[in-house]
Design a protein around this ligand. Structure first.
Ligand SMILES: [Zn+2]
Length: 424
């Protein structure tokens, strides 16, 4: 059931139609699955390459398996604006996560070509590989190579079937020795723009087709182990117990309280109890904690407060607690001049301007290491993603494409003015 007005039928949007067509290319017969460097992933690139060529782009696949297409400026030495997202999927995926941004990028170029427009900068549309990071024990290999962060030892990482990155690249006809050439670090880059489905419920909740991303939240992941004493559930009185689960449970509830008060998001997504018998007081409880915020200082403070709380809840019960903070990623802020440009474009399109953070990681957070970055979110039904039920309406996809076209027009004006003022 659709909860927002849709002025364009799905069958009338080439963007949505292409997302549907790409969804037919899968390694699985009963669901969508295009894991990085799989046969279906490679086949998907060929189709995307055809769409890029039809939109007037010259195309290439870099050595790490990213699909590129260039809509060239007249001046071969002009700087480059990269627009893209990712083409790999999780197993049992939806039709839009990542794909939407690549297809919208191609559509933007197709419209420019149809209008006979030329820009004072190249547009490179990219479909990244391995954003999802579900095949190998690492993620975003495509964007990492483009950012010049590639580490040669990654070639030896193996998937569940024992196939290494090197073998998978070779199977796809790619040359692992040329991955260094995928780096765009030394190129004249104007920026990186990514259109992506929101993967959350905010835009739908506020009846907005698109939203402008302020920043990609930093994240911190921990494993927490509470250790108490096992005992007979019938014979040990309540005041003499060292119940590890109760300490962990109190901690889990404090995560919710702190997160709400501090304006961050915190999730205890894994929880195990040992020995896990109906008549035994829990001796050990292990849980995970995923904390995210666009403010790194707030994140650090909340983490420290949660550690203090976990120790207090444990001490009260004669339980010990150990923390392993095994992953930290800093927040990445979208370039303020691009945020302003997108705000202007959204308003010019006649839509309410809404700026919101991204709680999920994206290729854009890697690209922020080498150039100014911006993201435009597109409303999705029920906030659902990583799920075959993903849905983006034709109307909203069209709003995203139009918004980017308006922003490009404006960027072209300011860029030309800038070049003139530097020349004079
Ligand atoms: Zn994605």
């Amino acid at each position: 059931m659709q909860r927002w007005p849709c002025t364009v039928a799905n069958e009338m949007s080439r963007v949505i139609e292409r997302c549907e067509v790409l969804a037919q290319i899968s390694d699985s017969t009963d669901s969508i699955s295009r894991l990085y460097l799989s046969p279906a992933y490679r086949e998907g690139l060929l189709l995307v390459e055809q769409w890029m060529q039809a939109a007037g782009m010259s195309t290439w696949v870099d050595a790490v398996g990213n699909q590129w297409g260039r809509f060239a400026a007249v001046d071969p030495d002009a700087p480059v604006l990269i627009i893209g997202s990712h083409l790999d999927t999780i197993p049992n995926a939806g039709k839009f996560d990542g794909i939407l941004g690549v297809v919208c990028g191609i559509e933007v170029v197709a419209r420019l070509q149809a209008a006979g427009s030329t820009l004072p900068f190249h547009i490179d549309v990219v479909g990244f590989g391995d954003e999802e990071g579900v095949r190998f024990p690492i993620s975003m290999l495509g964007a990492r190579a483009v950012c010049g962060q590639w580490q040669p030892e990654w070639l030896e990482l193996a998937d569940a079937a024992g196939v290494t990155v090197r073998e998978a690249l070779l199977t796809c006809g790619l040359d692992p020795s040329k991955i260094g050439e995928a780096s765009r670090v030394n190129d004249r880059l104007l920026g990186y723009w990514e259109i992506h489905m929101e993967q959350g419920p905010v835009l739908e909740q506020e009846s907005l087709p698109v939203g402008i991303v302020s920043a990609i939240a930093g994240a911190c992941r921990s494993r927490i182990c509470f250790t108490g004493d096992a005992g007979h559930a019938g014979t040990v009185p309540m005041n003499l117990r060292h119940d590890a689960l109760n300490a962990a449970a109190e901690f889990a509830l404090s995560v919710e309280r702190f997160a709400i008060t501090e304006g961050v998001v915190g999730t205890v997504g894994q929880f195990s109890v040992f020995p896990g018998a109906v008549n035994v007081i829990p001796a050990k409880a292990e849980c995970s904690l995923d904390l995210r915020s666009i403010d790194d200082d707030v994140l650090a403070r909340v983490l420290s407060e949660m550690q203090t709380t976990s120790r207090a809840a444990s001490a009260q019960r004669g339980v010990t607690v150990e923390w392993d903070v095994y992953h930290r990623a800093e927040a990445r802020h979208c370039a303020p001049h691009f945020v302003a440009l997108f705000e202007q474009a959204v308003a010019k399109h006649g839509q309410p301007v809404r700026v919101l953070p991204s709680g999920a990681g994206h290729d854009a957070m890697l690209m922020a290491n080498i150039t100014d970055m911006a993201m435009l979110f597109v409303r999705c039904k029920g906030g659902i993603s990583h799920n075959p039920g993903e849905f983006v309406s034709a109307n909203d996809a069209e709003v995203a494409v139009d918004t980017v076209l308006i922003a490009l027009e404006e960027l072209a004006k300011t860029h030309t003015a800038d070049t003139r003022s530097t020349a004079s």
